[in-house]
Design a protein around this ligand. Structure first.
Ligand code: FAD
Length: 116
């Protein structure tokens, strides 16, 4: 186990970043304002230039071009992000996540009550 007061390695940085991004998507409104759409879009654009793993950032920029962000509502944004994360999972040989479970994982907690 790693100490949590050491610099983040690539995996630790990835886990923290996905945690923030999925949590933002989980709490995105049903009826976002133009400003809220703009803010979320800007986070992804900025991250794709600034993410401190150069080849990860480059692939992420290409991915955003290929699969533009979908900002209509919470469901649409969360599903889009799940697909984007799954593309990274596939690229690095990790199992795909079942996107029908994304709100359990990131918003509501598992149906079996294990997060209560
Ligand atoms: P993570 O992939 O970090 O996922 C954290 C948790 O999210 C999982 O435990 C699971 O509960 C949940 N989860 C998994 N998949 C999904 C999904 N599709 N939708 C919703 N929830 C999900 N690493 C590389 O080696 N090469 C790269 O090119 C690379 N690019 C990256 C680009 C970005 C933008 C980010 C944020 C990270 C990138 N990473 C990359 C890191 C990599 O994605 C993982 O974060 C890292 O390998 C640690 O993986 P993990 O198994 O802890 O789970």
């Amino acid at each position: 186990p790693r100490r949590d007061d050491c610099p983040l390695d690539k995996d630790g940085l990835g886990r923290s970043t996905w945690g923030l991004l999925h949590t933002i998507a989980a709490h995105y409104p049903e009826e976002p304002t133009d400003q809220q759409k703009k803010d979320v879009k800007s986070i992804f654009g900025t991250l794709s230039r600034l993410y401190p793993c150069e080849y990860c950032a480059r692939d992420f920029r290409n991915e955003l071009k290929e699969t533009p962000i979908q900002l209509q509502n919470q469901h649409v944004l969360s599903q889009w992000l799940c697909r984007i994360h799954n593309k990274v999972n596939i690229k690095i040989g990790k199992p795909e996540f079942d996107c029908s479970k994304v709100n359990e994982r990131w918003r509501d907690g598992w149906l079996d009550g294990s997060c209560d």
